[in-house]
Design a protein around this ligand. Structure first.
Ligand code: SF4
Ligand code: SF4
Length: 94
């Protein structure tokens, strides 16, 4: 009914860091690859993005939704697609 319905639900990232450690092969992330498929902004000491507040739009799920997907699906639907991608990454690494 309104956008407010989803206002307080943020993406359930468990901070595994796998997305930032596996950017190889993704054209949009090429410029971030430090050479081994890991993003040059990824901090391996704490498993977090070192530039999180200024991270590129392509790393910001809510920005990506707003800019490119809000016309074609709901935010929960977009989250589900992304959760599937996370699970796929997590399955590969197990
Ligand atoms: S792969 Fe998914 S769950 Fe893991 S850090 Fe990235 S967004 Fe979060
Ligand atoms: S900029 Fe940050 S969020 Fe984006 S891939 Fe690199 S470490 Fe991850």
């Amino acid at each position: 009914m309104s956008m407010n319905h989803h206002k307080n639900k943020s993406f359930p990232c468990d901070k595994c860091g796998l997305c930032c450690r596996n950017i190889r092969g993704h054209e949009l992330y090429l410029h971030l690859d430090r050479g081994d498929g890991v993003c040059c902004h990824f901090d391996e000491n704490n498993n977090l993005c070192a530039i999180y507040d200024e991270r590129p739009d392509i790393c910001n799920i809510d920005t990506m939704y707003r800019k490119f997907f809000s016309q074609s699906m709901t935010l929960p639907e977009y989250y589900v697609l992304n959760i599937e991608a996370c699970k796929k990454l997590q399955g590969i690494e197990q």
